[in-house]
Design a protein around this ligand. Structure first.
Ligand code: ARG
Length: 401
């Protein structure tokens, strides 16, 4: 009897362990990255004006990403497909070469070679008859990437973030989730936070010119990254400060500067660059944008240690130039965002920081720089922002892009 009981309980334990191992193992997944290349043929890319061709490139990027989304979402791999991202568009004779990275998540129990064959056959089959884009069938290539190379390539892309989108509540804003705004930087003068800034490359930031009205000597400045000022995720020394040539304190026009730091940063999930809009792009009044910063929660308040975020709406020039709002103080190269009712606004310490918007593919663009406003969050006094699109060529010329 005792032996029987022992055998029985041992069997129960063994089965339980077996089941546990099975579930644990089957729950394990791996991220897999593939580099896909194809050529879109017979496309008229107008290249007579720089602006025009850039505009078309943006459209092509979006169309290619949507096409690849459709291919995999509409396939046997739909449960494993995560996303794709165009990394390069190269104009070629009678067409454009598209390089993109596709990300999948597979259970680690399956053989990699089998998965690769699946991906390839779906890609091959579906590019034969694409609805949206004329793909050159013989140009389609697929290469598996190591996960480290894939991850690095995705991280190098601008305007992407990994954080889940949590909008909690700057002025009446909320604390930002870690990695939600990885391009946010804090510009510090002798170790004290003065302004926000946005990361646009491995070594360059965009910020407001008025941040340097008292001291534009790079040696007095440092930059830090991360969602807290203390402790910072990373710190760098400022090497060069380039203030717009026409900026003239206390006037508010041309409130833009670029700042170079060293050594360069390595992009990670928490530190990443934001995309700059094309010079031809325009943003519609009333569209949703976000501001982030370490600035005060109310007029006269202190800088905060935790990054705050707030959701705003772009306000049209017609509305913002009304006499009871800002009248003729709104000059070319500025725009307003927020609410005429007030409440949600940037405040002291947010200056130089980003106002961003995302496109349909969840890519984030820097469209404004916190510049000025009367008081903070007051009725008929929304925040005023430097229009990044208007200064796009200036930024490029200073960075030597
Ligand atoms: N100039 C301020 C600064 O130095 C920020 C102004 C933004 N004010 C506003 N009400 N939106 O930080």
């Amino acid at each position: 009897m005792m032996v029987l009981l022992l055998v029985l309980s041992l069997t129960v334990v063994a089965v339980a362990i077996g089941l546990l191992v099975h579930f644990l193992a089957s729950g394990e997944t791996v991220m897999e990255y593939y580099h896909i290349i194809f050529k879109i043929s017979d496309l008229q890319i107008s290249s007579n004006s720089g602006q025009n061709s850039m505009y078309q490139f943006k459209e092509l990027r979006e169309m290619s990403e949507n096409l690849v989304d459709e291919i995999f979402i509409d396939s046997a791999l739909r449960k494993h497909y995560i996303k794709n991202h165009v990394v390069r568009l190269t104009p070629e004779e009678a067409g454009v070469k598209v390089d993109l990275i596709v990300v999948f998540q597979f259970p680690s129990t399956e053989q990699r070679a089998i998965r690769e064959r699946k991906v390839y056959s779906i890609l091959n089959q579906k590019t034969r008859n694409p609805r949206a884009l004329p793909i050159h069938v013989s140009s389609v290539q697929l290469k598996a990437m190591s996960s480290s190379a894939g991850k690095l390539t995705i991280q190098a892309c601008c305007g992407k973030r990994v954080a889940p989108f949590i909008l909690n509540r700057i002025m009446s804003g909320d604390i930002a989730a870690k990695a939600a705004w990885p391009w946010q930087a804090s510009l510090q003068h002798n170790g004290m936070h003065v302004c926000g800034a946005s990361l646009i490359s491995h070594t360059w930031l965009v910020t407001a010119a008025h941040c340097f009205k008292n001291d534009a000597n790079p040696r007095s400045w440092t930059v830090s990254f991360g969602t807290t000022i203390n402790p910072p995720l990373m710190k760098r020394n400022v090497k060069r400060i380039i203030v717009h040539e026409r900026y003239n304190f206390p006037e508010q026009a041309d409130d833009i500067a670029v700042v170079q730091f060293s050594p360069r940063v390595t992009f990670t999930d928490d530190i990443r660059r934001v995309c700059l809009p094309e010079a031809s792009e325009s943003f519609q009044p009333n569209s949703t944008v976000y501001i982030t910063g370490f600035g005060a929660l109310f007029y006269g308040g202190n800088t905060l240690n935790y990054l705050q975020e707030a959701r705003l709406k772009i306000i049209s020039d017609d509305v913002c130039k009304q006499p009871h709002v800002y009248g003729n103080q709104i000059k070319i190269g500025m725009f307003c965002a927020g609410y005429l009712e007030g409440i949600y606004d940037a405040c002291k310490g947010d200056s130089g920081g980003p106002l961003v918007a995302k496109d349909l593919n969840d890519t984030w663009y820097l469209i404004g720089i916190v510049s000025w406003g009367t008081n903070c969050g007051q009725k008929n006094s929304p925040g005023v922002y430097t229009n990044v699109t208007y200064y796009r060529e200036w930024i490029a010329s200073k960075m030597g892009l």
